[in-house]
Design a protein around this ligand. Structure first.
Ligand code: SF4
Length: 260
C-alpha cells in the first residue's frame, strides 16, 4: 500500500492540461482532412476520384470532398499528379449537420456548435453515454476508450460511459450498423429516456465507410437515428473526438472554440 502511494506521488498529476492549455502534440503521421488547391487542378484529371476507395472525393467542375465518407487514407493525394491535394494537421473536424461535412475546394469547415440552450442546461455538466458498437472494427471504439484513460480523463468534464441505455442521456455510435445490430441499436435508442442525443463517431457510423452500399449493413446510423454530432475519421484521433464533445457541451475556452 505504501509502495503504491509512493508510486502515485512520484508519478504526480498525469492528466493533460488541455483544453485549458494547448492540445498535446500530434504525431507526424497524423492526417487531418484533405485540403485541395484548386489552382493546381485546372484540368480535373479525376485520378483522385478513381483512387478514392469510398467515393469521398468527387469532381463536378470542381473537386469536392465528403469528410463523412473519408478514410483519411491519402490515396487521393498519392494519386494526384499535380500535387493539388494534401492533408492538413487540424484535429478539429466535428460538425452538427451531416451536410456540413461535404466541402468544395477551399470551403471552410463549419465546426460543431453547442447544443440548444435547454438541452445544454440538462447535459452541459453531466452527460452519460451508452456506447453502441454496431459493427465497428474496434478502431473507433479504441480511440473513444482512450478518452477514459488517466492522460485524457473524460470524467473531469462530467462525461461518462454507462453500462445501460436506461442510465444514459444518449448514445455514442460506432460502426456501419450491420443487419444483426440494427434491432439492438433501435432498442438501445428506445431505452434512453428523452430528451436524448446521438453522437456518430467515425466514417462507418456516418456513412458506412468502406462498407457503404453493402447489403448486410445500413450505411451507418444517419438514416436510422437523429444524430446531433458527427465526428469523422477512420478512426478519429481521441483529440478530434474530445474536441467534438466539448464543442457540443460548450466546454471549450473561448480561444479554442471558434466554429469555422
Ligand atoms: S483520403 Fe482516402 S478516403 Fe479520403 S478523399 Fe482521399 S482517397 Fe478518399
Amino acid at each position: 500500500m505504501l509502495k503504491s502511494m509512493l508510486a502515485r506521488l512520484h508519478q504526480g498529476h498525469r492528466t493533460m492540461a488541455y483544453p485549458g492549455a494547448p492540445p498535446p502534440a500530434l504525431p507526424e503521421r497524423f492526417r487531418g482532412r484533405p485540403l485541395i488547391d484548386a489552382s493546381r487542378c485546372p484540368e480535373g484529371c479525376r485520378e483522385c476520384v478513381r483512387a478514392c476507395p469510398t467515393a469521398a472525393i468527387a469532381f463536378d467542375g470542381q473537386l469536392r470532398v465528403d469528410l463523412g465518407k473519408c478514410l483519411f487514407c491519402t490515396e487521393c493525394s498519392d494519386a494526384c499528379p499535380a500535387g493539388a491535394i494534401g492533408h492538413g494537421a487540424d484535429y478539429r473536424l466535428a460538425t452538427r449537420a451531416r451536410g456540413d461535412l461535404a466541402l468544395a475546394a477551399g470551403e471552410p469547415l463549419r465546426l460543431a456548435q453547442a447544443l440548444e440552450r435547454k438541452t445544454l442546461g440538462l447535459f452541459g455538466r453531466s452527460l452519460k453515454l451508452r456506447q453502441v458498437s454496431a459493427g465497428g472494427c474496434n478502431g473507433c471504439e479504441s480511440d473513444v476508450n482512450v478518452l477514459t484513460t488517466i492522460g485524457w480523463d473524460l470524467g473531469r468534464f462530467g462525461i461518462q460511459f454507462v453500462a445501460s441505455p436506461r442510465h444514459a442521456d444518449g448514445l455514442l455510435l460506432t460502426g456501419c450498423v450491420t443487419g444483426n445490430m440494427t434491432l439492438a441499436l433501435e432498442k438501445a435508442y428506445a431505452a434512453v429516456a428523452p430528451p436524448k442525443i446521438v453522437i456518430a463517431v467515425g466514417a462507418c457510423a456516418i456513412s458506412g465507410g468502406p462498407y457503404a452500399g453493402h447489403p448486410q449493413q445500413r450505411d451507418g446510423g444517419t438514416e436510422l437515428l437523429p444524430i446531433d454530432l458527427f465526428i469523422p475519421g477512420c478512426p478519429p484521433h481521441p483529440l478530434t473526438i474530445l474536441d467534438g464533445l466539448l464543442r457540443l457541451l460548450d466546454r471549450l475556452p473561448p480561444e479554442r472554440s471558434a466554429t469555422g
